[in-house]
Ligand binder design. Structure first.
Ligand SMILES: [Zn+2]
Length: 305
């Protein structure tokens, strides 16, 4: 048997055959290794990069890692891996909590980039102090998360996110902060609601109660509104506040005193509009309503201990 094998391989023709078969296996393997270790389109400097970002959400991964979604200043939304971050001694852990504004050093990975260093710039600890603030901050990041796609930078949106978190922790009336944020966010993503002309007939809106249509993206007059299934009534007072917020700077907008019923009406209009745009119910408004109801129950005089 052995002599047969030697006789078989010793002929020149068969040696060539064996080499040809071997090279079929070895050459692609070497090529793959080469591509893995050396990619001419990416210099060694680019394999590592820095960016500033706000942590939107996180999810446990495997034994000790976490998957993070962040919104970065110069690259938009990114999904990243934080390795070993759930180990007790991890130095990165405290810097990667949701809502934290953080300076990151990232290494490009095959699918997701990896966080190699993280240093918090601002923790916004105030948003974690009570459920209302936590709910508001969660709503802010949820909206941003749902309305943005990965790796599409929008620096104005990043600054809006940072300013909004700062305003929440600074103790500014949260309802005003959130309504202002919603309107500016809609501007940035191209869904600024029309508040001056009827989207049905084009007539200028007159000083009376109107309708708001999420599907049309703005106001319908009392002639055009009633026939539309998605259109809800909106009071003149609520419409005026929306306009004031839409055209003013934050300080000017929030200097106006607004009745709670008007704010409640605007909140509902905005929620309907956002939900329509996102095609499914947002999670956090319902959570916020539950928390408010709970707080209200607790504050009733007969339940105070
Ligand atoms: Zn009309």
């Amino acid at each position: 048997m052995r002599s047969y094998f030697i006789a078989f391989t010793e002929t020149r023709q068969n040696k060539d055959y064996v080499w040809a078969r071997l090279s079929c296996i070895i050459v692609p393997y070497i090529l793959r290794l080469y591509q893995h270790w050396y990619n001419p389109s990416m210099s060694s400097r680019e394999r590592v990069y820095r960016t500033e970002a706000v942590v939107l959400r996180r999810q446990d991964l495997g034994e000790a890692d976490r998957l993070l979604a962040v919104y970065s200043l110069d690259r938009g939304k990114l999904r990243l891996i934080a390795k070993g971050v759930r180990r007790p001694r991890s130095r990165k852990a405290g810097h990667l909590e949701p809502f934290t504004r953080v300076q990151l050093l990232l290494a490009r990975g095959r699918e997701l980039d990896i966080i190699t260093q993280a240093e918090a710039i601002e923790m916004y600890s105030g948003v974690r102090e009570d459920l209302i603030h936590l709910g508001q901050a969660a709503y802010v990041v949820e909206l941003l998360d749902r309305f943005t796609v990965e790796r599409e930078a929008n620096q104005a949106l990043y600054h809006l996110l940072v300013r909004t978190l700062e305003r929440l922790v600074a103790g500014v009336e949260p309802t005003a902060v959130i309504r202002y944020y919603e309107l500016r966010l809609l501007d940035q993503i191209g869904y600024r609601p029309e508040l001056y002309r009827c989207l049905g007939c084009g007539a200028e809106v007159r000083p009376q109660d109107q309708f708001f249509s999420p599907a049309e993206g703005g106001v319908l007059c009392p002639d055009c509104g009633p026939g539309r299934k998605d259109a809800q009534r909106i009071s003149l007072a609520a419409l005026k506040v929306l306009r004031h917020y839409q055209r003013s700077t934050f300080d000017v907008a929030t200097s106006a005193r607004i009745r709670p019923q008007v704010f409640a009406e605007i909140e509902q209009v905005m929620e309907d509009y956002m939900s329509y745009l996102l095609e499914r119910k947002l999670n956090t408004p319902a959570f916020l309503r539950r928390v408010r109801r709970m707080m209200h129950e607790r504050l009733k005089p007969d339940t105070v201990v």
